[in-house]
Write a protein that binds this ligand. Structure first.
Ligand code: AKB
Length: 318
């Protein structure tokens, strides 16, 4: 059956690009974009758009019924650093929104995709090539939300047969919409700053490795997993995926290949550094590769060429 998809958090970093991709794959009328705010942007102007606060389960259900959707892509969430500055809000929004999405999916028999994150791991997790199944004792509110969300999605599949699917995203790098409130955001900020100022002051300390991925690979992964043959999915939710792992000096060196005078300095933010230190250096994505053919096309070199080119064009256009 052709998918008809309700997307929450459609004006966020992932949603802004995912909605346009879903228009291409499934047709504009088959994608209902929703967000808590409105904005003059192509997501709002190019197809169905509705205001939705994901903590309002009644409204989510009404919209899902109104448009007769059979799939929900639930993206609305507070990211790690923001969640740490307001843990109770994070719990209410991240968990309340997910429960509403799961209940809507259960009642209307929808497939549900929702992302987990490298934030679902903690300081006692093996740091390198972190396995698919391993110790998960995160020390952040965001991590607590993500682990709870993974378990809740497994529960709704086992108990109610809801077709839940998800990946653990690494830091996502993109030029269309800026991320907000994450720990890995430095790897986006650095490109803006390189073009606009020729230098960057990093809030993450040199030597801190984290997994990262360029947005086109993240979007392909979402569609590939949503379309994957359920008979082949042993894990279903929270698949480890990654494209690259680097630390600030390495991304700076890559940028320097294109902007030779570029410099990086450090003014470390203790909160975000502590979060980064509690996360893995690199994930093992074997389960995603074997069960639904996950493959990333962009490494640091290829991403930097594309990112600098696209960002320059965007910033020039004003
Ligand atoms: C964050 O930094 O909070 C996010 C994530 C890795 O989930 N980008």
């Amino acid at each position: 059956m052709r998918k008809k998809i309700l997307v929450t958090g459609a004006l966020g970093q992932i949603g802004t690009e995912l909605v346009m991709k879903l228009h291409d794959v499934y047709g504009t009328d088959h994608v209902i974009a929703t967000d808590i705010r409105n904005s003059e942007n192509e997501v709002v102007q190019s197809g169905p758009f509705e205001i939705l606060d994901v903590t309002d389960g009644k409204r989510m259900m009404e919209l899902a019924k109104k448009y007769q959707v059979n799939t929900i892509v639930h993206l609305a969430a507070l990211l790690s650093a923001k969640a740490e500055s307001n843990p109770l809000l994070a719990w209410n929004l991240n968990m309340g929104g997910l429960v509403n999405a799961l209940e809507t999916a259960r009642e209307l028999n929808c497939q549900l995709f929702t992302p987990s994150s490298i934030g679902a791991f903690g300081p006692t997790t093996p740091k390198n090539k972190t396995p698919q199944i391993t110790i998960q004792r995160p020390t952040t509110m965001y991590g607590v939300n993500k682990v709870s969300g993974e378990l809740l999605c497994d529960y709704y599949y086992e108990k109610f047969g809801v077709d839940t699917r998800g990946v653990r995203f690494p830091g996502l790098i993109s030029y269309a919409a800026e991320p907000g409130g994450g720990t890995t955001d430095y790897a986006v900020d650095i490109y803006y700053s390189a073009i606009e100022r020729g230098s960057y002051t990093s809030y993450i300390q040199k030597g801190t490795y984290m997994d990262m991925m360029y947005m086109p690979d993240a979007l392909n992964a979402i569609v590939a997993l949503m379309e994957a043959d359920p008979a082949k999915l042993k894990h279903r939710n929270a698949f480890n995926i990654t494209a690259m792992s680097f630390e600030p000096e390495e991304i700076a060196a890559e940028i320097r290949k294109h902007i030779p005078t570029f410099t990086i300095s450090y003014n470390v933010d203790p909160v975000r550094q502590a979060i980064a230190d509690s996360w893995p250096n690199s994930l093992d994505a074997t389960a995603a590769q074997e069960e639904w053919g996950f493959k990333a096309e962009y490494d640091l070199e290829k991403m930097t060429v594309d990112m600098l080119g696209k960002l320059r064009a965007k910033l020039l256009a004003g």
